[in-house]
Design a binder for this molecule. Structure first.
Ligand SMILES: Cc1cc2nc3c(=O)[nH]c(=O)nc-3n(C[C@H](O)[C@H](O)[C@H](O)COP(=O)(O)OP(=O)(O)OC[C@H]3O[C@@H](n4cnc5c(N)ncnc54)[C@H](O)[C@@H]3O)c2cc1C
Length: 385
């Protein structure tokens, strides 16, 4: 029987891409325990991703990228996270944002083209630093405390961002800042200079190797053409599915570990491995319910987003539901996997305790559960009777 994880591969091209990502994931899985323990940034993983051409996956083909679809992004990111959740989440922000810029066209064409060429040629990466201690999650609409003040030929930006994933490796990034003179917020593309400091604050329970430190900006100059105020076409935020794809990959890894354990572990009070026990089979069945439900929602949301180009804004509830279901089910799956394995699952020699910590972070990536509930409530209340 073919592997459950391969169930959503639709054609030979996807199979080939998955094959390459699987090799990377296996390599990253070996490095993951050390980076998790140290809380260090896996620079070598990103060198490998660059070398493999993975960083250009979502770049439009006209600029030399692969121009993959959202469905394919989900497929690849899930597989990468199977090996290492931190690396997958971190590179997911980069790939997802390029896809988002590709579909919304919200940046001036020349700036986007320059970024794309640089990704293809030099392996440049991008991320947006929007979260702040005082404003909380940007998805809730809080005003940034980081300010942009008009200066000769541009802007001077001062403030401090939190949760800045990929900060150890980025040489340019987007920040949101408030412009007091205009009483509005805007995005700016910032080059890393000596006025930008990465403050190594990221010492957390899970996703420890994402390098999501604070980034302090001290009167950083940004040229006037680097103000990115356009909103572009509303794409419904489909790119954010890179987040549930990541947590699904971690849950799949936990599931496979528990299955292998159940098939091979035979304590001396039994005549057969624990997989023969009805109680263990019930837990396996429960894991499958959580996984199959979540994956079917995830892949159908991604597929609809790809196909229904003119309907993307109205897919937001579906996308939110997929994220909510996947992240919560992934937590349940890792929990069940640990119950199947028993006390051994607590060992730091095994990956399960890391999966358990990593998967928890999904609750705090957008859209958060309460936002999804609100969105679904609004969608139903606004339905025409
Ligand atoms: C691994 C990881 C990587 C991340 N990477 C990035 C990144 O690269 N860039 C980036 O910008 N951010 C990033 N984030 C940050 C993330 O998007 C959130 O900003 C962050 O997790 C804080 O969200 P929060 O909901 O806890 O914060 P808050 O908005 O401060 O909320 C805290 C709590 O208060 C309540 N609350 C606050 N306001 C409201 C409200 N209006 N309505 C209802 N409840 C409310 C909620 O119960 C919530 O649980 C990352 C987060 C994680 C965990």
């Amino acid at each position: 029987m073919s592997r459950f994880i391969d169930q959503y591969i639709l054609n030979e091209e996807q199979k080939e891409r998955i094959g390459k990502v699987e090799e990377l994931a296996a390599r990253f899985a070996e490095r993951a325990p050390r980076h998790d323990r140290e809380g260090s940034f896996p620079f070598e993983n990103f060198a490998d991703l660059r070398e493999a051409g993975y960083l250009k996956s979502t770049v439009p083909q006209q600029f030399g990228g692969d121009g993959i679809s959202l469905y394919e992004l989900v497929l690849l990111q899930e597989r990468l996270a199977y090996g290492d959740g931190s690396t997958a989440l971190a590179v997911g922000w980069h790939l997802g944002q390029i896809l988002h810029l590709r579909t919304t066209r919200k940046w001036p064409q020349d700036i986007f083209a320059d970024l794309c060429r640089s990704v293809v040629k030099d392996g440049t990466m991008i991320n947006t630093f929007a979260s702040e201690a005082a404003s909380g999650s940007p998805s809730r609409g809080g005003r940034p405390e980081t300010t942009a003040i008009a200066a000769d030929g541009g802007w001077r930006i001062t403030g401090r961002k939190t949760y800045s994933t990929l900060s150890p490796i980025l040489d340019r990034f987007v920040v949101s800042a408030y412009i007091p003179d205009e009483d509005c917020a805007s995005d700016f593309l910032v080059e890393r200079t000596d006025r930008v400091t990465v403050v190594e604050t990221w010492d957390v329970l899970g996703m420890r190797a994402t390098g999501s430190h604070d980034v302090a900006l001290d009167d950083v100059f940004v040229g006037s053409d680097m103000r990115l105020s356009g909103k572009g076409t509303d794409d419904g935020g489909g790119w954010l599915l890179h987040i549930p794809a990541c947590y699904m990959g971690i849950a799949m890894a936990a599931r496979d570990f528990a299955l292998e354990f159940a098939r091979s572990y035979r304590p001396n009070n039994l005549d057969a491995p624990i997989a023969s026990l009805p109680s263990v089979q019930r837990s396996i069945g429960e894991m499958e319910v959580e996984l199959r439900t979540a994956r079917s929602l995830l892949y159908s949301a991604a597929d609809r987003w790809d196909r229904e180009e003119n309907n993307r804004p109205s897919l937001k509830p579906e996308l939110g539901l997929a994220k909510y279901t996947v992240t919560n089910n992934a937590i349940k799956v890792v929990d069940l996997a640990m119950r199947i394995v028993g006390g051994t699952s607590l060992s730091r020699e095994l990956p399960l305790e890391r999966y358990y910590r990593d998967v928890r972070a999904g609750l705090h990536n957008p859209p958060m559960d309460n936002t999804v509930f609100q969105m679904l409530a609004n969608a139903s209340l606004n339905e025409k009777p």
